[in-house]
Design a protein around this ligand. Structure first.
Ligand SMILES: Nc1ncnc2c1ncn2[C@@H]1O[C@H](COP(=O)(O)OP(=O)(O)O)[C@@H](O)[C@H]1O
Ligand SMILES: [Mg+2]
Length: 462
């Protein structure tokens, strides 16, 4: 067998190994012909890449199964919370009421004593009576016990409210959410608290919207910020830093919170997403913050990662899928919002729909329909758009037909229609346009014109 033959058979074995997922095998490079060495080097690169991919895949699987396990625990906890909520609430209310009455009784007793002048026989007898029953001591001990009970119950009710959050996430209607607005609001919430401990800085990259609920996401980011604040010592705000940042790439949006605080041991780091895991004193941590945050983010199709070393600070990174503009959200009727509107866009050109969704999706919730029939079905199914933006020329049911149908079934909505046109009209559409002046946007449409038209239509509505 020549050297080249031996080399070829090694290469063959390597290929067999790769085909059967043994990515750890490597070939020596430099003892064959130039061509065979190049092949060997290429195969080594391939093996490394495949090994790295397999590792990533394993990590993702681990993350998913961990997240599912924690979510199940969360669901169980939410169920318990649901059962405990009512009794806990009325026990708290009753206990607080009894405490209040007891305080009144103490005040009345003091007044009864004061009815009789000091040193008088009556004063002495009243005193004796009260002493015999140990009334003062009983009152003050009872008051103290009730105060402790109320404080304890306050905590129970707060934990229950947190646990409820787990079950409420399920029923939420997801919208497209402006990530920068989320970060800004979260910062505002914790600004004061942070100021005693650290400089709070923002590093905001350009990101598109994500799908979720604005308030929930504020809760997630604010929770991470509060944890970061807790991790840095009080009293030297210029020496500590908390940074919140945003970035996007490859269809994902990332929000991170980095602190220069105490950091975590590997043992703590491994448990932070467990419900009720906390290293804080009982009155300042429930251990629910991160588990709820992780569950919220998971429901929105994302995940939270953590990097931390003791003494080196921590970084929590929330990763969420960027809004896939091709997907129309489920039709759910809702009250109309003034600043943020639900815009139904109808166009048979899918690529154009995507463009419109991207343009309008930052400010507004966008629902897409690829034709008149689909749009009417959405509205029939309960969708209540604030504005309808409709292409005029479409096959089957065109813009005029959509308008006529809505004028019959939803007259108010027909009033809120705007039309887009490529500039060619049939005599019928021309007549229609003459009857509805000022409602046509000629294509191509610039973002500013689009936003302006939507704003105008909203203003006309209210
Ligand atoms: N930025 C951070 N730095 C250090 N430890 C952290 C940080 N964030 C979270 N942790 C750890 O994770 C635990 C759980 O956090 P969380 O679920 O928010 O509950 P809680 O804040 O009520 O303790 C904390 O008690 C703390 O030990
Ligand atoms: Mg917390």
């Amino acid at each position: 067998m020549t050297d080249a033959d031996a080399r070829l058979s090694q290469v063959y074995e390597m290929l067999v190994a790769l085909a059967s997922n043994h990515f750890e095998r490597r070939l020596e490079v430099g003892d064959g012909t130039e061509e065979l060495d190049a092949v060997a080097a290429g195969l080594n690169m391939l093996a490394e890449e495949l090994a790295a991919r397999e590792q990533r895949e394993r990590e993702v699987q681990l993350r998913i199964s961990q997240a599912e396990r924690l979510a199940a625990v969360g669901q169980l906890a939410a169920g318990v919370a649901h059962e405990v909520n009512n009794p806990a609430s009325f026990v708290l209310a009753n206990t607080a009421d009894v405490l209040e009455r007891l305080r009144e009784v103490s005040a009345v007793l003091a007044r009864v004593r004061a009815l009789f002048p000091p040193g008088s026989e009556e004063r002495r007898r009243v005193g004796e009576l009260l002493d015999r029953a140990d009334v003062d001591a009983a009152l003050s001990t009872s008051t103290e016990m009730l105060e402790e009970s109320v404080a304890g119950l306050d905590r129970v009710v707060a934990v229950i409210a947190d646990l409820h959050a787990f079950s409420r996430i399920e029923s939420e209607h997801l919208r497209s959410v402006d990530v920068e607005a989320v970060v800004n609001e979260a910062c505002k919430l914790v600004q004061k608290q942070a100021s005693y401990r650290a400089r709070l800085t923002r590093r905001l990259g350009v990101t598109g919207p994500v799908r979720g609920d604005h308030h929930r996401l504020v809760q997630v980011v604010a929770g991470l910020l509060v944890n970061a604040i807790h991790a840095v010592p009080e009293g030297a705000p210029e020496q500590n830093e908390i940074e919140v940042g945003t970035a996007s790439s490859r269809g994902e949006v990332r929000v991170w919170v980095r602190d220069t605080g105490a950091g975590m041991t590997p043992e703590v780091r491994a448990r932070v997403f467990e419900p009720f895991f906390t290293t804080k004193p009982t009155d300042s941590g429930t251990g629910l913050g991160l588990s709820i945050a992780a569950e919220i983010v998971r429901r929105y199709g994302g995940h939270i990662d953590v990097k931390s070393e003791p003494g080196e600070g921590s970084t929590f990174t929330v990763t969420l899928p960027a809004v896939d503009v091709a997907l129309a959200p489920a039709p759910v009727p809702s009250a109309t919002a003034v600043s943020r509107a639900r815009v139904l866009i109808i166009d048979d050109e899918k690529a154009l729909l995507k463009v419109f969704a991207r343009l309008l999706g930052v400010r507004h919730e966008v629902v897409l329909a690829t034709g008149g029939r689909e749009a009417l079905a959405l509205i029939e199914g309960g969708l209540v758009p604030d504005v309808v933006l409709c292409d005029l020329m479409m096959p089957e049911i065109d813009g005029v037909a959509v308008h006529d149908e809505l004028a019959r079934s939803h007259p108010a909505l027909a009033e809120r229609m705007l039309f887009m046109s490529g500039g060619t009209y049939t005599p019928r559409t021309q007549r229609f346009l003459d009857q509805h002046p000022g409602r046509v946007l000629p294509k191509p449409i610039k973002r500013a014109d689009l936003e302006e038209a939507v704003a105008r239509s909203l203003a006309a509505r209210s």
